[in-house]
Design a protein around this ligand. Structure first.
Ligand SMILES: [Zn+2]
Length: 177
């Protein structure tokens, strides 16, 4: 296999460096989990996202969203995209400097692309997505020379986040029987 870039393994995947989990990360991920549960209750794939901004050493939530793909009948109704749009509105800037995105599921390529375009410096996610994850599972967009490199922290409250996904899809299968 041909190498795309010297820093990227030939298969496009990479093992992230040991990520630095900060003390407040779990608290913000719990908020994202609440939103994911709300999504599940509405029949949406349970994904929730929160964006926290750091100002003067303090972290505060400036945007939060859940998956609304079914509600809005749109392919772009992912929690991360909606949270990024809201955060940009709140800040009046497309650059989300000093922000962290918390999301219960590993972002897809569309949402990982939005992270790069918003210059979002840090992404914390819960469950890995073996089918569509674009921050380490299928591909890792953070490892490509795309002009911006976020720090990606996987696996925060991963068990709870994946249990929620598993529960949602198994109840969906039950309903279809
Ligand atoms: Zn997405």
């Amino acid at each position: 296999m041909k190498r795309i870039h010297p820093n990227i393994p030939a298969d496009g995947r990479f093992e992230p460096r040991v990520p630095l989990i900060l003390p407040h990360d779990e608290g913000f991920m719990r908020l994202a989990l609440e939103l994911a549960r709300e999504a599940a209750a509405e029949g949406e794939v349970p994904v929730g996202a929160v964006i926290a901004e750091r100002t003067a050493g303090e972290y505060r939530v400036i945007a939060s969203a859940r998956n609304t793909r079914e509600l809005e009948k749109t392919a772009s109704g992912h929690a991360e995209l909606r949270a990024i749009d809201e955060a940009c509105r709140v800040r009046g800037d497309w650059r989300l400097t000093d922000c962290t995105l918390y999301v219960t599921l590993e972002p897809c390529s569309m949402c990982a692309g939005a992270v790069l375009n918003a210059h979002l410096p840090r992404v914390v996610y819960g469950a890995k997505d073996a089918r569509a994850g674009a921050f380490g599972s299928v591909v890792n967009l953070a490892a490509y020379p795309l002009g911006f490199t976020p720090e990606v922290v996987p696996g925060v409250l991963a068990d709870e986040c994946s249990a929620l996904m598993r529960g949602f899809f198994s109840s969906l299968r039950e309903k279809r029987k």
